[in-house]
Design a binder for this molecule. Structure first.
Ligand code: UD1
Length: 348
């Protein structure tokens, strides 16, 4: 048993993508005090700027296993996780397997665990976009329906799960572990001096015309909207797609660390993104957000006016006409989701 463990339970947590490394920091720390924790990194993200940097910056112990799944088609990625995690689960024999969010790593790990008779705990259960053409939607729906512990970040997410006939006894509304992180790590000062952009979803990057219309809109916002410089820390997928055409007046940088991202966010007067996570962080920082066609994930933010869904053509007008939304305090919990989740996992 690990030093400091309060009981003999063994929990295996599977991460593999940038947001999962960040989301897991507080719950992993909490679980290490209460039980034995085995951390598996699928290696879906492998560049230092998308993976190792977060372990270093947040002072997290390195993972116990790395499956080196890497890049590939969706089927290949899921298949590699399924295949490679079997040995780890056989060897470690965990009592529960935790999976996070909606990536291919999440699906592969959850499928392997449930097939091997290990109960799955899903952190960030319940968001839906109701479009099975979106790879993450397939992952969300399947993982929620094969999980035993579903940790919903909002009441709306919990209601979705109940409407899909998932038994109430499996669903807990815990609050959002990303909000826990934000309260812990975000700077307290706000400055409002630039436009922060991230674009990485295939829907926006994999069609060259669409990606270029977004870049042109960003250039126009920088020149004409009078709301400051555009800062765009770019995911490698976006950089690859732009290839030799990167020369733009928009300041496109390498991916940044979590703390640097929070610092950029808290100095922003507008966020333009297709990230589900940054949509929420923008609200917590009090910064209006234009969401480039990733609708439905957080309807609370859309309804309260914090998060406006726009297509590339509408970006410039929407950027000129931004405003903050109504207060929806408490929707994402109270900053203690990780404590609730740890308690449920170690007592059940
Ligand atoms: C994945 C998730 C997405 C999540 C995102 C977080 C799925 C289906 N999608 O998308 O939900 O929002 O992670 O960032 O799991 N690449 C590198 N270096 C890396 C990793 C990837 O250069 O370390 C490049 C490769 O060209 C790769 C591409 O990025 O083909 C896409 O990576 P992939 O892991 O397939 O999906 P993401 O777009 O990162």
């Amino acid at each position: 048993m690990e030093k400091g463990c309060a009981n003999s339970m063994k929990v295996c947590s599977v991460v593999g993508n940038r947001p999962q490394f960040i989301k897991s920091v507080l719950l992993h720390h909490e679980l290490r005090q209460q039980c034995e924790l085995v951390v598996v990194n699928t290696g879906q993200h492998y560049d230092y700027a998308l993976s190792g940097i977060f372990f270093d910056e947040l002072e997290m112990p390195g993972p116990d296993y790395d499956l080196h799944v890497g890049s590939g088609g969706h089927v290949t990625q899921v298949a590699r996780v399924l295949d490679r995690i079997e040995e780890v689960i056989k060897k470690e024999k965990p009592d529960k397997v935790i999976v996070w969010g909606d990536t291919n790593s999440t699906l592969g790990a959850a499928l392997a665990a449930v097939k091997m008779g290990i109960p799955v705990a899903h952190v960030e259960a319940g968001p839906r976009q109701y479009d099975l053409g979106i790879p993450e939607e397939v992952n969300r729906v399947v993982v929620d329906h094969i999980s035993t512990y579903l940790f919903a970040p909002t009441q709306h997410c919990a209601n979705v799960l109940l409407m899909e006939n998932i038994p109430l006894s499996r669903v807990w509304t815990t609050g959002d572990v990303m909000f826990d992180n934000f309260l812990r790590f975000a700077p307290k000062t706000r400055e409002h001096r630039h436009v922060l952009v991230t674009i990485h979803r295939p829907v926006n990057t994999d069609n060259a015309d669409r990606l270029w219309s977004i870049i042109m809109a960003l250039e126009s916002i920088q020149v004409n909207a009078g709301i400051g410089q555009v800062i765009f820390p770019a995911h490698p997928r976006t950089v690859h797609r732009l290839d030799g055409h990167r020369k733009s007046i928009v300041s496109m940088t390498e991916p940044v660390s979590y703390l640097e991202m929070l610092s950029l966010l808290c100095k922003a007067n507008l966020v333009i993104t297709d990230s589900g996570g940054l949509q929420k962080e923008a609200y917590w920082a009090g910064v209006p957000c234009l969401n480039v066609d990733v609708s439905g994930l957080w309807p609370e933010l859309e309804e309260a006016g914090w998060n406006r869904v726009v297509d590339p053509v509408g970006l410039i007008d929407a950027a000129i006409d931004t405003h903050v939304g109504q207060s929806i305090d408490g929707v994402f919990g109270d900053g203690k989701a990780y404590k609730r989740i740890a308690e449920i996992l170690t007592s059940a």
